[in-house]
Design a protein around this ligand. Structure first.
Ligand SMILES: Nc1ncnc2c1ncn2[C@@H]1O[C@H](COP(=O)(O)OP(=O)(O)OP(=O)(O)O)[C@@H](O)[C@H]1O
Ligand SMILES: [Mg+2]
Length: 216
């Protein structure tokens, strides 16, 4: 389970979040909405513990922002798959190696890596591009590769920060279908977006941030 519990966050003496509480249950799909600058990306950074609250607690499964040690943060992040608006693939590795990266870091046997990577690349309809480099792929394809990379380690949740922000509407729809499928297989999805059309096409619970607080 993912939980924000009475979180306050200030950056450079400016209050970004005040007393924010919410929960995302196992296997839920939730949108994080709010105007530009409302704090959506900041909420996601608090969840993968790139930032820590000034007050309150962020909980991801058995990890708490109040107690986690620096050396545990990589283990926490292995429970989460993160997807960004600008893809953030490694430019000097092909799509297979981009996807395999996190599995190699944890020392998984090569044979198992190959099996898993080919499976997730097939899930995002990209196995035919596995030997290509990111710059040889379209935006939609790069985002599909980024999603494959995010889910290859079977995270409990995918955190997606405007994953369709750089894509046209057809590619956005395809990304949404893939996120739906991932969610139907039991992975929670927390997606920051301000695309109301997408939200209407794929309705799920909405957490809205407004003036630093969570409304409904
Ligand atoms: N590193 C930083 N230093 C100073 N201020 C920051 C920093 N990161 C974020 N902020 C401020 O925190 C607030 C929330 O930013 P955040 O990026 O979370 O918004 P957002 O909802 O993701 O916006 P967008 O829709 O434009 O991506 C903004 O006022 C922003 O200026
Ligand atoms: Mg943002």
């Amino acid at each position: 389970m993912i939980e924000f519990y009475n979180v306050d966050l200030n950056i450079d003496k400016k209050t970004i979040l005040r007393d924010v509480s919410f929960r995302v249950l196992k296997g839920e799909f939730v949108y994080l909405t709010g105007a530009s600058g409302a704090g959506k990306s900041t909420v996601l950074r608090l969840l993968y513990m790139d930032l820590f609250p000034d007050r309150g607690t962020v909980i991801i499964e058995r990890y708490s922002s109040a107690k986690i040690k620096d050396k545990e943060i990589p283990y926490l992040r292995r429970q989460l798959g993160v997807v960004f608006q600008d893809f953030k693939l490694l430019p000097d590795r092909n799509i297979f190696d981009n996807t395999a990266f996190a599995l190699r870091v944890i020392g998984m046997p090569g044979k198992e890596i190959k099996k898993r990577v080919l499976r997730v690349l097939t899930d995002v309809n990209l196995s035919h591009k596995r030997n290509h480099y990111p710059e040889e792929l379209s935006g939609g394809e790069q985002q599909r590769a980024a999603i494959a990379r995010a889910v290859v380690n079977n995270p409990i949740a995918v955190l997606a920060d405007e994953p369709t922000g750089n894509l046209d509407s057809d590619n956005s729809m395809e990304i949404m279908e893939i996120l739906q499928k991932i969610n139907q297989n039991g992975t929670a999805v927390l997606m920051a977006t301000h695309d109301n059309e997408l939200i209407s096409a794929f309705p799920h619970r909405i957490i809205e941030i407004k003036e630093g607080r969570v409304g409904r």
